[in-house]
Design a protein around this ligand. Structure first.
Ligand code: DP6
Length: 345
């Protein structure tokens, strides 16, 4: 017989960036981070897994195309999930021996993988949760987030909806480096995110490689992880719990700028933002100045696309401004998505 389970995991966009590993093998970060998980109706990965005694090899299809499962990261996730299942089978001999059977994994993104939008986070989160469901593992989402983390650091945050923290942890084995919820989307449902797609070409320096270069060569990075992020981590959690948009937005923009500054301070320097990204930054600051209050924040990951955070009530006026002014911005791809945020169960 064949046993099947599926799940979806949305993309998450960090407002306090993860940048730097203290252990590249276990994907342990040099700082804690915070993100907002988008709605499952928007950017998400849908993964279905099947297992059967009759399958003869683990197989993965992503968007209809067979892909390799050989990467160490994927193998680490599968190994952890199988050993948790095996523990259950040892304790309950009546359980089918899924831990010994091969898996067929079918994964689909509802957005173009090459759109320069992080897909690894949603991908590994969905993979881990789908298999955990198939295996009926009793572990909590935070426990499972430690497995997703080994696939891709940022993936651990996509196991929760809403506002999520990834606590860096102190232990060398990574047992305390996991995602925890800060607030559900229902606690601050007015928050919205929009993605301004500046470029859909694949980023030039992959994050893993970029962060290692920063860790090894940037002096500014030391200041960031020792003195800047630990304070911001507490301040941002407080801003979220108090629904203090101004504070949340300012911390988000400053942290994006701080992360890109450490990229520029790496040697040789890494540039993720392009001229259009910089024009968007100026545009957002001029919108906030025009209205005399902070109503919109930008953040950029390892690529030139902007993610904006704002409250629903301000959406119309922000986009009226953006449509008018972006027409003047050269290189603007004239495409955007406007994901609505909601919790992910
Ligand atoms: C800039 O999670 O993609 O988006 O752990 O090597 O897979 P790996 O890196 P990844 O890095 C994400 C970096 C970031 C910031 C963030 O999401 O916090």
């Amino acid at each position: 017989s064949i046993h099947i389970a599926s799940t979806t995991a949305p993309v998450n966009i960090a407002t306090l960036k993860y940048w730097g590993k203290r252990d590249a093998d276990l994907n342990l970060p040099t700082n804690s981070s915070i993100s907002v998980t988008l709605s499952q109706d928007d950017l998400r990965t849908l993964t279905s897994v099947a297992t059967s005694e009759s399958f003869n090899k683990d197989t993965l299809w992503i968007n209809g195309k067979e892909e390799s499962l050989d990467s160490k990261r994927t193998q680490d996730c599968l190994k952890d999930l199988r050993s948790l299942r095996e523990e259950m089978e040892v304790n309950d001999k009546s359980l089918p021996r899924f831990s010994q059977w091969k898996l067929h994994i079918v994964s689909e993104n509802n957005f173009p993988t090459a759109a320069g939008l992080a897909s690894s986070a949603a991908g590994f989160a969905a993979l881990v949760v789908a298999i955990a469901k198939l295996y009926q593992l009793p572990q909590s989402m935070s426990e499972l987030s430690k497995i997703a983390r080994k696939g891709s650091g940022s993936a651990c945050r996509s196991l929760f909806g809403g506002y999520v923290a990834w606590e860096m942890g102190q232990l060398a084995n990574g047992e305390d480096s996991m995602a925890v919820p800060v607030a559900s989307m229902d606690e601050w449902p007015e928050m919205k995110a929009a993605i301004l797609v500046v470029s859909d070409v694949k980023k030039d320096t992959p994050s893993t490689q970029g962060m290692q270069l920063t860790v090894h060569t940037s002096d500014l990075f030391k200041e960031r992880i020792n003195n800047v992020v630990p304070r911001r981590f507490e301040e941002m959690k407080t801003a979220i719990r108090n629904k203090n948009f101004k504070e949340f937005a300012e911390l988000t923009m400053k942290d994006s700028n701080s992360f890109h500054a450490t990229c520029l301070d790496s040697y040789p320097p890494i540039f993720y933002m392009n001229d259009t990204s910089k024009k968007i930054i100026r545009l957002i600051h001029s919108i906030n100045e025009f209205f005399g209050e902070v109503i919109v924040a930008y953040t950029f990951d390892a690529g030139p696309n902007a993610v904006l955070y704002y409250l629903e009530k301000d959406e119309a006026k922000i986009f009226a401004f953006i449509y008018t002014l972006l027409k003047k911005v050269e290189g603007w791809a004239n495409k955007y998505t406007e994901p609505e945020l909601q919790s992910f169960e």
